[in-house]
Design a binder for this molecule. Structure first.
Ligand code: FAD
Ligand code: DHB
Length: 390
């Protein structure tokens, strides 16, 4: 097989890039290790920044998102028995975020790829990248007993944190930066009305909790748990009881509970791999960087990579201008690190760190007090939460 751009990974990053390039007449093939049902079964991000939503519209995939997504102008931070609202709209100079699930937007992207007869191949095994710095870059994969070769100009590694693309860059070239947090998030999805119209980020001595939503009938809640916990350790009843303990009294009282539709634990990690380009290979999204979920930056950081890559590819194919491709890594990483800083800061501000020295606890308390006493500090939170410009 032959294509211009071979994209490894059919998550939101890979599908979005494929769709955008297709609309500019640039041919792609997407290779995905899992079945479509499996990809659509993963419950992940829920908060989209303005730039991501714009990219969905440009990809001609924004219709359902604009109908069903909810615009949120603020978030609530609960701590020490108080609930303080951050007016995102006011403090960011008029921006907001959109609550629309990653599952739904991935479904929209798959439907668009189908509509336009895009090639997305599922259940590929043993993907390997070849000649990344040679003259004939290509990818091979196995389907059953058959080994299939895809010749291409460029390879996009959009295969998430555990994918093969980043690992194909020699260790002598790649530098990895990592921070592992001593806890995870246990998430629960339930068909219940959300407890609050706006997201509540709750700091509590027993651990952080988050009240989020997918729609007016679908709620998503998270609680901080030790890394040693497993989903089996948490019955629905135990989850709801612990969540209530960590929420302000009035919120806990009005919380509607119900059976879980999905429950999973995500460990919290900050990670960046540099550079994001190696020869004909370009990394994008979680393949190159991940953040702890606290600031809702993960998918949104993937979006800026895709934005830069999309424009660089179009300039290359349509104007013969490769400067965007040459600058991709530096440009993407500059924004990636700002999302890393914000996610680390918000995680540090709101979580309970085991064995944290009393000095650090005092700093955490002071950081919160400062936040709500300073318009500049609120402005910094708001501009980062709604997303820095691409
Ligand atoms: P992925 O979604 O991981 O997609 C990669 C794809 O590549 C997968 O489908 C995988 O099956 C495939 N693949 C892997 N290896 C191979 C291989 N060898 N060959 C072929 N295919 C392969 N982000 C936000 O912005 N806002 C939020 O509110 C938010 N909340 C989150 C909550 C949780 C609990 C979690 C876990 C994450 C959250 N995120 C959030 C982060 C967000 O989900 C990710 O950043 C996003 O999924 C990244 O998309 P991606 O396409 O780069 O990678
Ligand atoms: C969700 C996840 C986040 O990490 C976050 O900060 C806000 C919302 C969610 O899944 O709804």
């Amino acid at each position: 097989m032959k294509t211009s751009v071979c994209i490894i990974g059919g998550g939101p990053s890979g599908l979005m890039l494929s769709q955008l390039l297709h609309l500019k007449g640039i041919d792609t093939i997407v290779l995905e290790r899992q079945s479509r049902e499996y990809v659509l079964g993963r419950i992940r991000a829920g908060v989209l920044e303005h730039g991501f939503a714009e990219l969905m519209r440009e990809a001609e995939c924004g219709e359902r998102m604009d109908q069903e997504g909810e615009i949120h102008d603020g978030i609530i931070i609960a701590h020490d028995g108080e609930q303080q609202r951050v007016d995102l709209n006011k403090y960011s100079g008029g921006s907001s975020v959109l609550v629309y699930g990653q599952t739904e937007l991935t479904r929209d992207l798959y439907e668009a790829r189908d509509r336009m007869k895009g090639v997305v191949i599922h259940n590929v095994e043993d993907v390997q990248l070849h000649e990344l710095v040679g003259t004939k870059p290509h990818v091979t994969y196995r389907k059953g007993d058959e080994i299939i070769r895809v010749d291409c100009d460029f390879i996009i590694g959009a295969d998430g944190f555990h994918g093969v693309s980043r690992k194909s860059i020699p260790k002598t070239v790649l530098k990895e930066y990592e921070k592992i947090y001593p806890f995870g998030w246990l998430g629960l999805l339930s068909r219940t009305p959300p407890v609050s119209p706006e997201l509540i980020y709750a700091k509590h001595e027993r651990g952080f909790a988050l009240c989020s939503l997918r729609s007016q009938v679908l709620s998503r809640y998270y609680i901080q748990v030790p890394l040693t916990d497993t989903v089996e350790d948490w019955s629905d009843e135990a989850f709801w009881a612990e969540l209530k303990r960590r929420l302000p009294q009035d919120v806990a009282t009005r919380l509607v509970t119900g059976p879980s539709i999905e429950k999973s634990i995500a460990p919290l990690r900050s990670f960046v791999a540099e550079p994001m380009r190696y020869g004909h290979l370009f990394l994008a999204g979680d393949a190159a960087h991940i953040v702890p979920p606290t600031g809702a930056r993960g998918l949104n950081s993937a979006a800026s990579d895709i934005y830069y890559l999309y424009h660089a590819m179009v300039a290359h194919y349509q104007q013969g201008d490769s400067s965007g491709l040459d600058n991709y890594s530096a440009k993407a990483l500059a924004r990636v690190w700002k999302a890393q800083r914000f996610s680390w800061w918000m995680t540090t501000l709101l979580h309970t760190f085991p064995d944290s020295p009393s000095y650090d606890q005092k700093l955490q308390q002071t950081d919160l007090e400062y936040l709500f006493s300073s318009d500049q500090a609120l402005g910094s939170l708001a501009e980062n939460y709604v997303g820095l410009p691409f």
